[in-house]
Design a protein around this ligand. Sequence first.
Ligand SMILES: *[C@@H]1O[C@H](CO)[C@@H](O)[C@H](O)[C@H]1NC(C)=O
Ligand SMILES: *[C@@H]1O[C@H](CO)[C@@H](O)[C@H](O)[C@H]1NC(C)=O
Ligand SMILES: *[C@@H]1O[C@H](CO)[C@@H](O)[C@H](O)[C@H]1NC(C)=O
Length: 352
Amino acid sequence: MYTDSARLLVYALVTLLTLSPASTYKILSNQTLTRLPRPQTDFDIHNGRLLSPILRTRVPGSSGSKLVRNHFTQFISREVPTYNIELHKTVTNGTPVINFIAVRDPPGISKGNISRLTLVAHYDSRAEPAGFIGAIDSAAPVAMILHAIRSIDAALTRKWQSGPELGNPRGVQIIFTDAEEGFREGDDMLYGARALASEWEQSVYAPGSRYPNRIKAIELFVLLDLLGSKGPKIMSFFNATHGAYNNIAVLEKRLRELRQFKSKGDAWFVDAGPRKDVPVRYPIYDDQVPFEQREVDILHLIDMDPGTLAFPTVWHTLEDNGESLDLDVVEDWSVLLTAFVAEWLDLEGYMT
Ligand SMILES: *[C@@H]1O[C@H](CO)[C@@H](O)[C@H](O)[C@H]1NC(C)=O
Ligand SMILES: *[C@@H]1O[C@H](CO)[C@@H](O)[C@H](O)[C@H]1NC(C)=O
Ligand SMILES: *[C@@H]1O[C@H](CO)[C@@H](O)[C@H](O)[C@H]1NC(C)=O
């Protein structure tokens, strides 16, 4: 099933060009791929500056939840002050549900004329079992996203200083949703994502804007969930984003060939190649659902075995803690996500 890089790349390009005939997609050079910033000690689970503050309980409405949000705010003020932070607050059954959002738009363009690459993970943790940390679910994905946006930030500045965006101007936003897990066993889920999708549908832009509302201005909704275990398997769930899926699959393969991956083992993107060869994949009930219902393009990066449909073995157990993370895999994900975002935003030539 997994073909060589060159063939894969052709499929990725053909699909992408079919999707958006006006844009050209410039791949990252080998040189850029071998110089991508690495998290260094920031992912140390005990005292790393980025990941360790997230490895605690973060149940909606709790003090842990607030501490983690403060950590995001501090990280952004320190590392990417170019982003505007928004807190989207609602209340469910008396509990505050607070989505953490940060946005960077290109300068000099009206809000309604910018489409945004959107990187998403949930930051809340389950209330049960008591003491549940949720390292893959989704502390590590949140840290990967923060690493990726800081790693491309200077390049984005350089690109935007070099001249106005041609074609469709693009920005970047991150969404860390709250109350993805629901409040108790058997409860409904996705409170934060559902409230946000509904609100953004009603956030209408000025008349004459390219996009009618904030939902339609999402260029691609990249959802990371259950990442950080050894040997992940990632399926392609949506035809519309199979080109984007192949782009990241090609980057994984190239990074391995260039010895930029620390982890060993099989390729992660099990559906890489032409769409017609991919079995029908059913979307998983996760934060993308309220956005998918509003016709947003989704790339769902979630570790699930295509044969058994099993999530990683630590899923929803007390074992899902910092010690169980495969830190080589976590680092590889952070580098791969950085490459994907840099390539999507056309940053070749601006990264160093
Ligand atoms: C937004 O883009 C549209 C074209 O899609 C253009 O007609 C309009 O003038 C732009 N608005 C602003 C405020 O630049
Ligand atoms: C990029 O690296 C790959 C893998 O090492 C190699 O096969 C390819 O020739 C390189 N491309 C260039 C342009 O150097
Ligand atoms: C997805 O693409 C495949 C292959 O082109 C096609 O057989 C299938 O019907 C498509 N599915 C949907 C929902 O459009």
